[in-house]
Ligand binder design. Structure first.
Ligand code: HPA
Length: 306
């Protein structure tokens, strides 16, 4: 075939592909389950890999996915119904590829309530992962350290959480195809996964502690009085994300590991104001450690799920 013909054939193939998806989307998909299924089908049409583990890489922590082999990168804007991240430090791209023998799906950046998204929109990617057959999610975030030993640069395994965002992504009619009306939250953060993370951290010389993560809606940082209140009620870390995704993931029966990178001491602990640049700079500084930890933890998580 001549080069011109090959080019024409390629153009036609990509045109008919996108037309097919446009008409599917335009057909008017009514429910969240159907929308998530369509988005999952779209993603699976772009790659042969079928990951059982997905990651959400928080503020400044996206670099891990740049190392994936055989990577397919899909901007969120191309995925049907996917929310688009607007926050600085969030690339807004889904990367599917392999680390060693393990196929993974990783979100380089998430969306937050403070961007104006509803809790349901925030957790849509979790719904899509569930429809793709993902069985475990690793959620990461940048957080302020409330507990005194959770100083800047520490990595902390989330042991439990306190939802102070004022919303729950499961509010409204429950779709039993996703999960139960009243999901149990007693063992939200998988015990075995937490043990693996701590053990692998120790092996790498990265001492990981466990802590309770509290999420507020943001986007303003907390006041010193709010931090004193959070400490009193048992929070060790504070942030503006993760909890909605964790709730949806557990609702759909996915196992969860949460890791926070302490990017700053929470408000009022040090005699200085907080800013987002510091958050990104700290995340950049611990990037190497964070990537090594994920590289070590993932194969062991896969082993634990077998
Ligand atoms: N507060 C809330 N969210 C955050 C913080 C904080 O101190 N640091 C990083 N994300």
């Amino acid at each position: 075939m001549s080069a011109k013909k090959v080019q024409r054939k390629k153009k036609f193939a990509s045109q008919s592909f996108s037309e097919a998806w446009t008409s599917k989307i335009a057909a008017g998909i009514s429910g969240e389950f159907e929308r998530a299924s369509l988005a999952a089908d779209f993603i699976c049409s772009r790659t042969k890999l079928r990951p059982h583990v997905a990651l959400v890489l928080g503020s400044g922590l996206g670099a891990f996915a740049d190392e994936f082999a055989n990577a397919t990168k899909i901007p969120y804007a191309e995925i049907p119904y996917f929310p688009r991240s607007t926050a600085i430090g969030h690339a807004g791209r889904l990367v599917i590829g392999k680390v060693g023998a393990v196929p993974l799906a990783a979100m380089q950046g998430r969306v937050h309530l403070y961007e104006g998204y509803s809790a349901k929109q925030v957790v849509f990617p979790m719904r899509v992962f569930a429809r793709m057959g993902v069985k475990a999610v690793i959620l990461t975030n940048a957080a302020g350290g409330i507990k005194r030993e959770f100083t800047q640069g520490r990595l902390v395994v989330i042991g439990d959480h306190i939802n102070l965002q004022g919303v729950n992504p499961l509010t409204g009619t429950n779709d039993e195809r996703f999960g139960l009306r009243f999901p149990d939250m007693t063992t939200t953060y998988d015990k075995r996964f937490r043990e693996i993370a701590v053990a692998e951290g120790n092996r790498l010389g990265v001492r990981l502690h466990e802590g309770v993560y509290a999420a507020l809606a943001g986007p303003s940082y907390e006041t010193p009085a709010e931090i004193r209140y959070l400490r009193t009620i048992g929070a060790d870390l504070v942030g503006m994300s993760t909890i909605p995704e964790v709730i949806a993931a557990r609702h759909s029966g996915m196992r969860v590991l949460g890791i926070s990178c302490v990017t700053n001491a929470a408000a009022g602990i040090l005699d200085q104001p907080l800013n987002h640049l510091e958050v990104l700079e700290t995340a950049e500084r611990v990037k190497g450690q964070f990537i090594s930890l994920l590289r070590a933890v993932i194969p062991r998580i896969v082993e634990a799920m077998a």
